[in-house]
Design a binder for this molecule. Sequence first.
Ligand SMILES: C[S@@+](CC[C@H](N)C(=O)[O-])C[C@H]1O[C@@H](n2cnc3c(N)ncnc32)[C@H](O)[C@@H]1O
Length: 240
Amino acid sequence: MTRSFANIIGDWDILADVRIRQIKSGKDLSYSHFLIPNIISLVSYSDRIIDIGCGVGAGTASLSKSGLDVIGIDPSEKSIELARKNFPNSTYMLSSAENYIPNHKFDAAILNMVLTNICDLEEFLSSVKQLIIQSGRVIISICHPVFWPVYKNLTVVNGYNYSEVKYFDLPFTVTNDLEPTTQTSLYIHRPIEEYVRCFKATGFEIDFISEPMPDRELEKKYVTTWKFPRFMFIQLSLST
Ligand SMILES: C[S@@+](CC[C@H](N)C(=O)[O-])C[C@H]1O[C@@H](n2cnc3c(N)ncnc32)[C@H](O)[C@@H]1O
C-alpha cells in the first residue's frame, strides 16, 4: 500500500524536533557512532558530495566538519529549517532528489537511511543518477533487510513475508532514549533481491555490500547486544 509524498514528508516535519533532540543528546548511538563514521569512511576527501534526504542535517554537518565539500538536500521544510539553525556552518537546500537542479554534478551521493522511505525506488534512483558524474558513486545505508524486521519484531506482524514488499508505520525510537516518541515514519520492507533489481533497472552496478558490526567498546553502550548486523551499506556506480 503506497503513501503520498506529502504524508511521508509531513511525518518528517513533525519528527524533525524529535530527531534534533535524539541526535544532540547523544542518545542515537547508531547514528552518531556507527552510521556516520561508516559513511565518512567511504568517501574521499576530493569528492564533491550531495547528502540526499539529509533530514535535520547532522550527518551533512559531520561530513563538512571532517573537511568534506558537501551540500545537504531534503524536502522537509522543518528539517531544513532546523538543519540551518543547528548546523549553520553547512549548506542545505529544501528540495527532493527528483526536483533538485544542481549547479554541477557530484562525485558522490549519500543516501543515509533514505531508501526505506521511498515508494517509487526506480524513479528516485533515476533522479539520483542525474546528480552524479559518470565516474560517480552512490553510498547507501539502510536498515538491514533481513535482520531489521527480526530486531523490530516485524516478522510477527500479520502478512509479513520476507520476500514481499511491505509498508510499516513505525515510531522513530532510538536505543537508550528515555522519552521515546510515538510519532511514526514510513519503513518500507524490501527483500535484498528487490533492491538489486531496482539498482540494475536504473543503470547502477553494485561495487560492494557490507554488513559491519560495532566494535566491543561501542557494543557495550547498547542495552541489547547486536546478534546480527542492524544496517547494511551499499556502494553503487554507474554501469558502463
Ligand atoms: C530516515 S530520514 C534520514 C535523514 C538523514 N539522512 C539522516 O541521516 O539523519 C529520511 C529522510 O529522507 C527524506 N526524503 C524522503 N523522500 C525524499 C526524496 N524524494 N528526496 C529527498 N529526500 C527525501 C525525508 O524528508 C527524511 O528527512
